[in-house]
Ligand binder design. Structure first.
Ligand code: F6P
Length: 328
């Protein structure tokens, strides 16, 4: 049996650990592994290279992905898709493992529907993939956010300032919520919640007037105040400007951006990557496909690809309530 593996979409820390584990679990079952470079673009262009146990040595601790990644526009076109199927046939692949986020798992689903046995592994710092409590990369990104909040609190306290910290998450507030809760943020703003700009300013000022001399405000990039159509140029900038206009507290903005996607994966992400890879390989080898790996109640379970179409942010609004209680 000859299986291909690719990483696609936004990279997530732990993708390398997943590739390594997939190759080695496969080799333990005497299967052959082929690395596909640059995501679905590489399928279309036939960028297939054999992978063995030695080729994946020394990567468990590395962020990014040795296979490279891409958001493939070509794979969304009929011509690109037709070429991709031809390449898979010409290279005699018996199955494909797709490591990536929502869009990537949709691509995986399409391959499965065309008769290519496919299994997905959720990897996205947004944690917005349905029916899995965690995706590869989330824990590392959260720890990066918490580390940044610790550092920014030092300077916020020293200068008695408010800091607005914009984190990733266009549609999902998971990083903002969990990072904000773990980092002790005074205010957390998510795409899933709605608040006017004035209400946000009032909430920050309330803390200041109660004697809080500094504030940490964590905002997801996808937050839009309910009285605005969009937050231009960014959610963080809009809030910072509003707080500066109000004048109650001096305010600075930090946009964490792609810092959150890099770095060495945490132990949690490495273990999750190994467990997802082991499940993916054994399912494919045993003829089970059309599914992705999901973490539910500590178990790795197969989730049918159809589920990936559901909207999910894994955001528990009770935790937002808790964050508001413990921050004051
Ligand atoms: O999907 C992961 C993610 O990091 C989002 O949180 C973010 O909005 C997006 O990718 C950024 O994508 P890009 O790297 O293509 O700018």
């Amino acid at each position: 049996m000859r299986l291909g593996v690719l990483t696609s979409g936004g990279d997530a820390p732990g993708m390398n650990a997943a590739i390594r584990a997939a190759v080695r679990c496969e080799s333990a079952r005497n299967l052959e592994m082929v690395g596909i470079h640059r995501g679905f673009n590489g399928v279309i262009e036939g960028e297939f290279r054999a992978l063995d146990n030695r080729a994946v040595g020394g990567i468990i601790e590395r962020g990014g992905t040795i296979l490279r990644s891409a958001r493939s526009a070509a794979f969304l076109t009929p011509a690109g898709r037709e070429k991709a199927l031809r390449q898979i046939k010409d290279h005699e692949l018996d199955g494909i493992i797709v490591i990536g986020g929502n869009g990537s798992l949709r691509g995986a689903r399409w391959l499965e529907e065309q008769g290519v046995p496919t299994v997905g592994m959720p990897a996205s710092i947004d944690n917005d993939i349905p029916r899995t409590a965690m995706s590869i990369g989330v824990d590392t990104a959260l720890n990066t956010v918490v580390d940044a909040l610790n550092r920014l609190r030092d300077t916020a306290v020293a200068h008695e300032r408010a800091f607005v910290i914009e984190v990733m998450g266009r549609k999902s507030g998971y990083i903002a919520l969990m990072g904000g809760l773990a980092g002790g943020a005074e205010v957390i703003l998510l795409p899933e919640t709605s608040m006017t700009l004035d209400a946000v300013v009032a909430q920050v000022c309330k803390g200041v007037l109660k004697g809080k001399r500094h504030s940490i405000i964590v905002v997801a990039e996808g937050f839009v105040p309910s009285d605005m159509e969009s937050a231009d140029p960014s959610a963080g900038r809009v809030l910072t400007d509003a707080l500066e206009r109000d004048g109650t507290v001096e305010t600075r903005l930090t946009i964490l951006g792609h810092l959150q996607r890099g770095g060495s994966p945490t132990a949690f992400d490495r273990v999750l990557a190994c467990r997802f890879a082991q499940a993916a390989i054994s399912w494919l080898a045993d003829g089970e496909h059309g599914v992705y790996t999901g973490l539910q109640n500590e178990d790795v379970i197969p989730v049918p690809f159809e589920g990936v179409e559901d909207t999910c942010t894994n955001v528990d609004l009770d935790l937002l309530h808790l964050a508001n209680i413990v921050a004051h």
